[in-house]
Design a binder for this molecule. Structure first.
Ligand code: ADP
Ligand code: MG
Length: 581
């Protein structure tokens, strides 16, 4: 590997701007780091270059740990975001700058300068001043300058800046061909998805300081694991879909397994499915569809964009899709975005307001166990209070999912069996009655359950612990899913009895490392790990009480039941959010 990042973290004012990022870039690879503005891309790139010191973690370049090495000694070439060349220096002097600093002899500098000007397609431009060059040419010179001292790694931070579309494309080609020709390991940062697809051998998508997913462009586009990547890489419709636990017509890999224990009669499972606009089919009627029927709707918006027609279909409740034991419903707002090619438009011309049947050519189920949130409360008032919790509201917006409420007797078992189990994550109020509520939900096969103090603030630290191996997998899946939407640091706590032998401790540490690699392999998530010695609940309480603004993700020792000793974690006041997996 030529670039290896190991849990690299950078905080500003206590906020993790880069949060436990681990990544390995192969030799000669063109890796594109993609993410919205403010997601931490530049900070991460600067940390690799040595222009910013990481607060935690390790950076290795070609097997050499450079975490403490100065920028100049890292053998890295850097092209900054909107970086201008030295105005008062000629093109030639700009290119030679890094060589001069390194005391390279004039003859060698001149040779290298000519070589680089040829490489970037600007031969003979040595004596021009930057102001005599176009924006695209200036950026090409910036690339040549970054390559002058023969770095082993090239880092490019939004090098296309404010250039117009045509010049961007030209510069893109230059950079790609230079990179290929030199075989230099490259990381390019951009917020532009099209650019990422055009350039990257592999992409990594960042959000909120975390590296969410990495993969080849087609992989990430067709089979994203997260809502964020699904919607950031092109347009996507996210649908909530109920599936019977015993398989269905949609069965791609799911992070959380089908069964977690003895509860054979578990409820239907709600999943999040992605439908790309080009994978939707429109027809005058259900019978005319060649693909699986989703529902009927009306054309609300229709936009001609040249090659494609973009439509927004408002879905109705009429004829809600039922196929076998699966049911799909679009999340509110109940729109489906559709794009159609010219031949599709000709085959079935549409006008605004027209009624259409919508079918799906290909649906991809996301492996997240956190599909939606259902507040479960005994009264409308307490449901309303919980639904107003700013963190919960914020979380559902970030997750682009549904927040609904179900009012039913939870504490006093009225004997009346509720009609449907709540969908997705059940949310209950933390406090004295919380264990009883949790037990009722768990007994009905409902997981995960989020116990939320009404006034809980967004956590800045997430403690993760599973009590026994049974919940290991589900805890990891829930953790990975939540952390992708929460800008908080996270730590996996292993807890061993205080009187554990040296051997047990060693085994405990090894197990924690296993958890770390499992999270990385299975969920692309890196987590910190810490080992504590003591009594489980005491240790967890000590940790949670140590500072405000924390939450707990807790894997229960047995699915479907809450041990008495765990009650203390849910009844504290003022408490903390606990997500039970
Ligand atoms: P990106 O390149 O993805 O747009 P950055 O890495 O530039 O994101 O910034 C990520 C976050 O870190 C932003 O919220 C930004 O305001 C903050 N940030 C970056 N540099 C500093 C700094 N030197 N001091 C404080 N905050 C910073
Ligand atoms: Mg930036």
């Amino acid at each position: 590997m030529s670039i290896t990042l190991d849990q690299v973290t950078k905080q500003y004012q206590g906020n993790p701007v880069v949060n436990d990022v681990s990544l390995a870039v192969a030799e000669g690879e063109f890796f594109v780091l993609l993410g919205p503005s403010g997601s931490g891309k530049s900070t991460l790139l600067r940390a690799i270059a040595g222009l910013t010191a990481a607060d935690h973690g390790r950076i290795t370049l070609f097997g050499r740990d450079v975490t403490q090495v100065s920028a100049r000694e890292r053998e890295v070439g850097f092209v900054f975001q909107n970086y201008a060349l030295f105005r008062h220096m000629t093109v030639g002097e700009n290119i030679e700058f890094a060589l001069r600093v390194r005391r390279v002899k004039p003859a060698e500098r001149a040779r290298r300068r000519k070589e680089l000007l040829d490489l970037i397609g600007l031969p003979g431009m040595d004596d021009r001043l930057p102001t005599q060059l176009s924006g695209g040419q200036q950026q090409r010179v910036a690339v040549a300058r970054a390559l002058a001292h023969k770095p082993k790694v090239l880092l490019l931070d939004e090098p296309f800046g404010a250039l117009d579309a045509k010049i961007r494309e030209e510069l893109r080609r230059t950079i790609r061909s230079v990179q290929r020709e030199l075989g230099i390991t490259t990381i390019l940062v951009t917020h532009d998805q099209e650019e990422a697809f055009a350039l990257g051998d592999r992409l990594g998508v960042m959000n909120l300081g975390r590296l969410l997913e990495t993969g080849r462009p087609t992989e990430l586009y067709t089979r994203p694991a997260t809502r964020f990547v699904a919607t950031f890489l092109g347009a996507a419709n996210l649908l909530l879909r109920r599936e019977a636990r015993s398989g269905s017509d949609l069965a791609p890999a799911r992070a959380e397994g089908e069964t977690d224990g003895p509860l054979q009669d578990r409820r239907d499972q709600e999943v999040v499915a992605m439908l790309r606009p080009e994978e939707a089919e429109l027809a005058p009627d259900r019978d005319a569809l060649l693909t699986a029927f989703l529902g009927y709707g009306h054309v609300e918006e229709l936009q001609f964009t040249g090659a494609l027609e973009r439509l927004r279909i408002r879905m109705g409740t009429e004829g809600a899709a039922r196929s076998g034991d699966s049911e799909t419903s679009a999340m509110p707002p109940v729109w489906i975005d559709v794009s159609r090619t010219q031949p599709e438009q000709r085959a079935f011309p549409l006008a605004s307001g027209q009624r259409v049947a919508v079918g799906t050519r290909r649906i991809h189920v996301l492996p997240t166990p956190l599909s939606s949130f259902t507040v479960c409360a005994e009264s409308r008032d307490s449901a309303a209070r919980l639904m107003e919790n700013p963190w919960l509201v914020d979380l559902t917006i970030r997750m682009q999912t549904r927040l609904s409420a179900q009012v039913e007797p939870l504490v006093a078992d009225a004997g009346a069996s509720p009609v449907v189990a709540p969908a997705g994550v059940a949310v209950v109020t933390a406090g004295p009655d919380c264990p009883a509520r949790v037990r009722r939900l768990l007994a009905r096969g409902v997981t995960p359950v989020l116990c939320l103090p009404e006034d809980a603030a967004p956590p800045s630290r997430v403690i993760v612990h599973f009590a026994g191996q049974v919940a290991r997998r589900s805890t990891l899946a829930v953790t990975a899913s939540l952390l992708r939407h929460v800008p908080a640091e996270a730590v996996f706590l292993g807890i061993l009895p205080g009187d554990s032998s040296e051997r047990t401790r060693t085994a405990g540490l090894r197990q924690l490392l296993d958890v770390r690699s499992e999270a990385q392999a299975g969920h692309g998530l890196d987590v910190r790990t810490e080992l504590r010695l003591g009594e489980r609940i005491e240790e967890l309480l000590r940790e949670l009480e140590a500072q405000p603004g924390q939450m707990l993700i807790l894997g229960l020792p047995e699915p479907g039941s809450l041990p008495d000793s765990f009650e203390a974690l849910l009844t504290q006041s003022p408490g903390w959010p606990v997500l039970l997996a």
